[in-house]
Design a protein around this ligand. Structure first.
Ligand SMILES: N[C@@H](CCC(=O)N[C@@H](CS)C(=O)NCC(=O)O)C(=O)O
Length: 334
């Protein structure tokens, strides 16, 4: 676990001391966009045209942010157009590596052993954290973007003209304001909230994060009593962003990050909703619980010094969810 300083790798843990025990996530630095014609996107410069086989995605199955990009890649039929490499679940002295192991997919593009070498290949003087996901451009040999929220937006629409890409819009114009509002609260209190709880090194910082986290879960539990998905009757980007945290909740966060006021299975609506999303075609294949549990319990030595990974809990994501009562699929299609 570490970071790059002027292109040199240093093995250091997160600094929470300077901020009264609070974990603060740093802003991602590569912010260019792939667009249908190569024009500049929301941030950064242009020059990154959507072309089949041009881009490569680096992910960890363990990471909830990277997991979003894998789901969008799957749902948008981009597997044939964008290659993928998967790091080993243990993030140790050298950060993310491509050490051999079940589920690990080595790097056929830069042929590196460590993810930090991908960052220095893009910028020999890079300073900052070495995070997944990373979207790499094989044509100009650089990182296009390392911010999951932006990568999923590109996947949602930039590649729509390529063959086999389904007509599926997870960020439809009419729902954008709603999705943005949901994302904002869910990011701060749930997606990043579990990390704020788990990485806190003061009681006060931990409790603050846990209270906000469960307040939002309670709010969502009510919302999902009358509607099948967060923004209505079909899943949108907001659902997939929430999903990757929820699917890790009982298996990891409740124990490892101490977010244990309630388990997810104690929320009937959220739990049914999670199973509903898990059972959508293609999604279960993006969930690798061995990498997920192995990563958190095995890599965060400040939290779990023994690295022992718990055996349970027993959770059946395939149990029937009953959510179609709220909005049957047939109605959606008809
Ligand atoms: N804002 C980034 C966050 C990505 C991120 O923090 N990924 C974690 C894994 S879950 C990581 O690679 N951490 C390595 C580190 O912080 O050194 C995004 O959403 O893409």
């Amino acid at each position: 676990m570490g970071l790059l300083v002027d292109g040199q790798w240093q093995d250091v843990w997160y600094d929470t001391k300077s901020n009264r025990g609070r974990f603060e996530r740093k802003v991602s630095q590569f912010r260019n966009w792939v667009t249908p014609d190569g024009a500049a996107g929301t941030t950064g410069h242009g020059g990154f045209k959507a072309e089949s086989g041009r881009y490569h995605l680096y992910v960890s199955y363990a990471c909830p942010w990277a997991h979003r990009t894998l789901i969008l890649r799957k749902l948008k039929g981009l597997e044939a157009h964008i290659g993928v490499s998967v790091v080993h679940w243990i993030m140790a002295e050298q950060g993310w590596t491509f050490e051999e192991g079940p589920g690990v997919i080595a790097d056929p593009v830069n042929r590196v052993s460590y993810l930090h070498e991908v960052y220095t290949a893009a910028d020999a003087h890079y300073s900052g954290r070495v995070t997944v996901p990373v979207l790499w451009d094989k044509k100009t040999d650089t990182i296009v973007n390392n911010e999951s929220a932006e990568i999923i937006r590109m996947f949602n629409s930039a590649f729509d003209l390529l063959p086999g890409v389904p007509d599926l819009d997870l960020y439809p114009k009419a729902l954008r304001a709603d999705i943005d509002t949901l994302n904002e609260r869910i990011y701060a209190t749930i997606n990043n909230g579990v990390y704020r709880a788990g990485f806190a090194t003061s009681q006060e910082a931990y409790e603050e994060a846990v209270v906000e986290l469960f307040r939002t879960l309670d709010w969502l539990e009510d919302r999902l009593a009358t509607q099948r998905y967060l923004a209505g009757n079909t899943p949108t980007e907001a659902d997939w962003r929430l999903f990757t945290t929820l699917v890790r909740f009982d298996n990891v966060y409740v124990g490892h990050f101490k977010t244990n006021l309630r388990r997810l299975v104690d929320y009937p609506n959220l739990w049914g909703y999670l199973r509903d999303l898990y059972q959508q075609p293609g999604v279960a294949g993006t969930v690798n619980m061995q990498h997920i549990k192995g990563h958190y319990y095995g890599s965060h030595v400040t939290i779990n010094p023994t690295g022992v990974v718990p055996v349970g809990p027993v959770i059946d994501f395939n149990a029937s969810h009953g959510r179609d009562v709220l909005y049957p699929v047939s109605e959606g299609l008809g």
